[in-house]
Design a protein around this ligand. Structure first.
Ligand code: NAD
Ligand code: TYD
Length: 349
């Protein structure tokens, strides 16, 4: 089987490629990634051979923009994939608030190009990796409410709006052209190779450097955290056994308040909570995300396997053991990003 994975040099896509390599050693893996600030070729070095970095037996890397129709069609023509798993996206809410344009291009138009390529070449299974953020947020005082697959789309940020737009395109191509598509909407992931603009790696790295830990607003916002490997298993199950045309929510019933995550990271690293600094809130900040994963459990037998206490310990250990990986990142464009995004946030208490 030949898998074409877009965005495979990013956080979840790279974990998915490693998952596939372990699970199906003889399958062919093709990765298409533009290598934006969030994509890192060194993340994939475990899949490459020293002699020919971009192409090892069973693995082929293309540095391409998914919005480039001609180049995408050429890749499909050359590779003739059986399945496309589409991770490539601009993925950070704060960046989408600062500059929405590229989110619309990559997340909506780029998805459209891939769907057109699947249509043109025929017989290709397409899986859209989406997010629980398309459902908007839930109130903090209604812990009985969860997102199900029938919850209306109700987006808050340019990021989530662009992902919802892409999901609607995927559904439309399924219905209109009969493309065999599925969608997964997962809660917040954590684990190895996550870019340090996101909450957990940012806090780990800042704490290790004894830098302030910038918690937005009151820190009471709730996210439902899932270890990335559990997400990879869910996608694999959906591709192999899911019903085409269907959407599956993926989450582990592991709701945590941001402030509690940051305190836990301080404890695990032996750092004082005095590093925590409450700063200006994110605009339009979603209060609570919580997934009801009953459908994927019932229909595909998926259950999360990694308890948060184990996953977070493993993740912290990974960042301690892979300082080269993130030192490289935080010494580049990230510095400008950090100064711009956090320089404008004031300490609020
Ligand atoms: P990421 O930002 O770490 O990685 C995105 C990857 O896409 C990068 O390698 C980047 O270079 C590549 N990319 C961006 N624009 C591209 C383009 N125009 N052409 C080709 N490649 C391009 O993101 P992530 O956290 O790994 O998320 C992957 C997917 O999973 C996204 O679609 C995201 O919406 C979804 N998702 C993420 C989470 C999460 O918690 N991180 C949760 C649910 C769903
Ligand atoms: P993030 O990792 O950006 O994921 P998302 O916005 O997609 O859920 O943020 C997770 C939560 O952490 C979110 O409520 C915003 C908050 N947050 C902070 O408090 N400080 C930070 O520096 C960052 C990056 C996020």
């Amino acid at each position: 089987m030949k898998w074409l994975v877009t965005g495979g040099a990013g956080f979840i896509g790279s974990n998915f490629l490693y998952y596939l390599r372990g699970q199906y050693p003889t399958d062919q893996l093709v990765c298409v990634d533009k290598l934006t600030y969030a994509g890192n070729l060194s993340t994939l070095k475990g899949l490459m051979s020293a002699e020919s970095p971009l192409s090892a037996p069973g693995f082929h890397f293309y540095q391409e923009n998914i919005c480039d129709r001609d180049r995408m069609f050429a890749v499909f023509e050359t590779e003739k994939p059986d399945v496309v798993v589409h991770f490539a996206a601009e993925s950070h809410v704060d960046r989408s608030i600062d500059a929405p344009d590229v989110f619309l291009k990559t997340n909506v138009l780029g998805t459209g190009v891939l769907l057109d390529a699947c249509r043109a070449f025929g017989g290709i299974r397409f899986h859209q990796v989406s997010t629980d953020e398309v459902y908007g947020d839930l109130p903090l005082d209604r812990p009985d409410l969860f997102f199900t697959e029938t919850t209306p789309l109700h987006t808050s940020s340019p990021y989530s709006a662009s992902k919802a737009g892409a999901d609607l395109l995927v559904q439309a191509y399924g219905r209109t052209y009969g493309l065999p598509v599925t969608i997964s909407r997962c809660s917040n992931n954590y684990g190895p190779y996550q870019f340090p603009e996101k909450l957990i790696p940012l806090m780990i790295i800042n704490a290790l450097n004894d830098r302030p830990l910038p918690v937005y607003g009151d820190g009471l916002n709730v996210r439902d955290w899932l270890y990335v490997w559990d997400h990879c298993r869910a996608i694999d199950l959906i591709v192999k056994h899911g019903t085409t045309g269907e959407t599956y929510n993926v989450g582990g019933h592991n709701e945590m308040r941001n402030i509690d995550i940051v305190r836990l990271i301080c404890r695990e690293l032996g750092k004082p909570e005095s590093l925590i600094s409450h700063v200006t809130d994110r605009k339009g900040h979603d209060r609570r995300y919580a997934i009801d994963p009953a459908k994927i459990g019932r229909e595909l037998g998926w259950q999360p396997e990694t308890a948060f206490r184990d996953g977070i310990a493993r993740t912290i250990r990974w960042y301690l053991d892979h300082q080269d990986w993130w030192q490289d990142i935080i010494s580049g464009e990230y510095r400008t990003y950090y100064a711009k995004m956090y320089g404008q946030r004031e300490e609020i208490r």
